[in-house]
Design a protein around this ligand. Structure first.
Ligand SMILES: Nc1ncnc2c1ncn2[C@@H]1O[C@H](COP(=O)(O)OP(=O)(O)OP(=O)(O)O)[C@@H](O)[C@H]1O
Ligand SMILES: [Mg+2]
Length: 301
């Protein structure tokens, strides 16, 4: 099985007062189709920079990004992006905000089909009764639901999420994590998400990529999260592996994130009882819910 997403020697520099500053250097990551990967690391290490390069919003300095066999050179509707704040157009309703992208991607489909796509995704994120409201009439959590619906409605090859729940209270955060994971598993979409929250990463991910601190940040370690799916939050937290995986992440962030890739840490803390990381990918095999809505038969134009 070939890799669906390949980030190869990805490097990004920004101009600094005394010359270019390399923020990310030789970032290498391969992601399988349908995999959910999270990126975790200290503030300022370059997580959003990596995501922005994948989104095509920030040009790469060197290296390459390949998605589904095609090298990326700029933004495109094959990538759905969800930021911390959804940046909705304030004069349009939730429905019309979602339709903006749907109209562009499914331009060959009749208008009624396009409307059904927007309505479907707004309904599954829980906004069936609020889709004709403007952003100012929606709560922060509802606006973020629109952002999630907008991204999925484009049927993207890949979903890119940058701390999508960072501004939400914990109850809304839990609800939206569930909305996201349900949609992700139904749509078999490949996802890369940035988060600071280790519990969120453990609940959602197939793998967690730990970034070293910048400048010249890279992949420091990768953790497999093998809890069976679908996951139930309490069962995940009570799983016998949970604390060990969580300790591994915290240990990396506290004591190993400042090390350069391939540099070994001073042995002042014991490693986890069982090795949890691996250097290479494995195919992801996960049962999928069948797509039932006929609107999903529409393919991007
Ligand atoms: N356009 C830019 N010009 C110059 N420097 C930049 C630019 N964008 C980001 N940087 C720098 O790159 C570094 C990484 O920024 P980035 O936003 O990727 O970090 P992050 O890991 O996402 O942080 P956080 O967790 O706080 O969101 C920072 O030092 C930042 O100042
Ligand atoms: Mg960021």
């Amino acid at each position: 099985m070939s890799d669906y997403v390949e980030l190869s020697n990805l490097t990004k520099g920004f101009p600094g007062s005394t010359g270019p500053v390399i923020i990310v250097r030789d970032f290498n990551l391969h992601i399988q189709r349908g995999e959910f990967v999270t990126l975790i690391g200290h503030s300022g290490c370059g997580k959003s920079t990596v995501l922005s390069m994948l989104a095509g919003l920030c040009p790469v300095t060197s290296g390459a990004i390949v998605l589904a066999g095609r090298e990326l050179t700029g933004p495109g509707p094959d990538r759905g992006v969800v930021f911390q704040s959804p940046s909705l157009l304030p004069w349009l309703t939730a429905f019309k905000n979602v339709m903006l992208g749907v109209d562009q991607v499914f331009f060959t489909a009749p208008r009624s089909e396009r409307a059904r796509i927007a309505e479907y995704y707004l309904s599954v994120v829980g906004l069936a009764d609020a889709m004709h409201k403007r952003p100012s009439e929606l709560s922060q959590g509802m606006r973020q639901r629109v952002g999630i619906a907008r991204a999925f409605a484009l049927s993207p090859k890949m979903l890119l999420l940058d701390e999508p729940f960072g501004m939400l209270d914990s109850l809304t955060r839990f609800e939206l994590q569930q909305v996201l994971v349900n949609l992700w598993s139904r749509n078999a979409v490949t996802a890369l998400m940035v988060t600071h929250d280790v519990d969120e990463a453990l609940f959602l991910s197939d793998r967690i990529v730990m970034m070293t601190n910048g400048p010249e940040a890279g992949v420091g370690d990768i953790l497999d999260v093998t809890f069976s799916r679908p996951r139930e939050r309490r069962a995940v937290i009570e799983h016998s592996d949970y604390q060990r995986l969580r300790d591994h992440l915290i240990d990396f962030l506290e004591t190993r994130a400042h090390l350069r890739p391939n540099q070994t840490p001073a042995p002042h803390r014991p490693p986890p009882s069982a090795p949890a990381s691996r250097p290479v990918n494995r195919p992801v095999v996960r049962p999928r819910e069948p797509l039932t809505a006929d609107v999903l038969a529409v393919t991007p134009g």
